[in-house]
Design a protein around this ligand. Structure first.
Ligand code: ADP
Ligand code: MG
Length: 349
């Protein structure tokens, strides 16, 4: 039957009872993600017609030779130092944090279910049909300021939710930003369309705007992938060890500024959306690392020529090397550019 065909198609299906894998929709360094249908027995996913299932094979996690590593960012990530003994703990930590931050925030991909079998871990999540914001940037070369703002605002609200819970994401990038598409009817004159934020037909509380150039059709945006996330214990509330009064200054500072790594990530995402390439890049990893440590980025001509001073200022406050001067999440959400109007009405012919 259909189940047997699916099992033949996907090795990952074999030990999974409650969900039927339909199609592979994504891949990370250590995972495959499938679109799936919850069966009647899948209680945590009731009400969902389709879900996304992130499958982490235990055997792949144990393989240490990763010559084919493609992502530059991934080679920095602590995932590279994953070893056999900590594998299970890493996955359980991702699940625990995702489960914790997911309720009550529409800007975070909702966690639904977790299943462990002899060969795999399965993390079942809400499905986002549009895929990665990364692919939208590739598809349109860059996103308009209005569309970038639309994405950045929602990302900001996800990050605010996390930071209020004392959680740092630590892997904010366009690959981990997913979206649901919205249908945009082309206007008779082929002009720009926009919907105001108070439009009752949009489920979003921010404006949904579709420019003619630089992309469009991005509806809800949600932050995914809690594989590198971390719970931060603030000195004022709980300390991981020792007595508060005896904590060294660099530890106190570390705790205070640890959230700012996400703000740097938001800055990189915003920069990349606006111009279509990342703020820091080099083929040689040591050169790249050195550029980042100096914060050596530029608003490269001619790509940045048309971008507004307000957008550049916002990027600048995020890509500030000194975390003391870098925007925190509340400052970012109060940024004038981020709060400026979503679009100009289309000019009349
Ligand atoms: P990894 O930790 O291996 O990077 P991710 O959780 O980031 O895994 O998932 C890898 C990719 O799978 C994502 O970049 C995205 O393309 C796709 N994906 C993950 N979760 C979903 C989801 N809920 N809906 C749609 N696509 C998803
Ligand atoms: Mg990822």
């Amino acid at each position: 039957g259909v189940g047997a065909a699916a099992a033949a198609l996907f090795r990952e299906q074999a030990e999974l009872r409650d969900y039927k894998l339909v199609e592979k929709i994504g891949e990370g360094a250590f995972s495959k993600v499938f679109r799936a249908t919850p069966l009647d027995s899948a209680f945590p996913a009731r009400g969902y017609k389709q879900v996304a299932v992130k499958v982490i094979r235990k055997e792949t996690l144990q393989t240490q030779d990763r010559e084919s590593e493609t992502s530059v960012a991934a080679s920095f990530s602590s995932k590279n130092s994953k070893n056999k003994s900590s594998t299970r703990e890493q996955v359980l930590k991702e699940v625990a944090l995702h489960k914790k931050v997911s309720p009550g925030c529409r800007y975070i991909v909702q966690f639904l279910d977790f299943i462990e079998t002899p060969s795999c871990y399965y993390i079942v999540q809400e499905l986002l049909n549009g895929g990665e914001i990364f692919n939208e940037i590739v598809r349109f070369t860059y996103l308009s300021e209005d569309l970038s703002r639309h994405v950045a605002r929602q990302l900001g609200k996800a990050v605010r939710h996390l930071h209020r819970m004392g959680v740092v994401h630590r892997d904010i990038k366009p690959e981990n930003l997913l979206f649901n598409p919205i249908d945009i009817a082309p206007s008779p004159q082929g002009q720009q369309h926009f919907r105001k934020s108070d439009d009752p037909n949009t489920k979003l509380d921010e404006g949904v705007f579709t420019p003619g150039v630089g992309g469009g059709g991005i509806g809800e945006v949600k932050l995914a992938d809690f594989g590198l996330s971390k719970q931060i214990y603030q000195t004022s509330t709980k300390t991981p060890c020792g007595t508060v009064g005896y904590t060294a200054p660099e530890v106190v500072k570390d705790e205070r500024y640890s959230m700012k790594v996400d703000m740097w990530g938001v800055g990189c995402v915003l920069y990349t959306m606006l111009c279509g390439f990342p703020p820091f890049y080099d083929d040689k990893i040591d050169v790249l690392t050195e550029k980042i440590s100096r914060g050596a980025y530029t608003f490269l001509q001619p790509w940045w020529d048309e971008i507004s001073p307000g957008a550049k200022h916002c990027v600048g406050k995020l890509l500030e090397v000194d975390p003391v001067h870098r925007y925190d999440i509340d400052e970012f959400l109060a940024d004038p550019w981020l709060n400026s109007y979503d679009c100009q009405p289309a000019p009349q012919p």
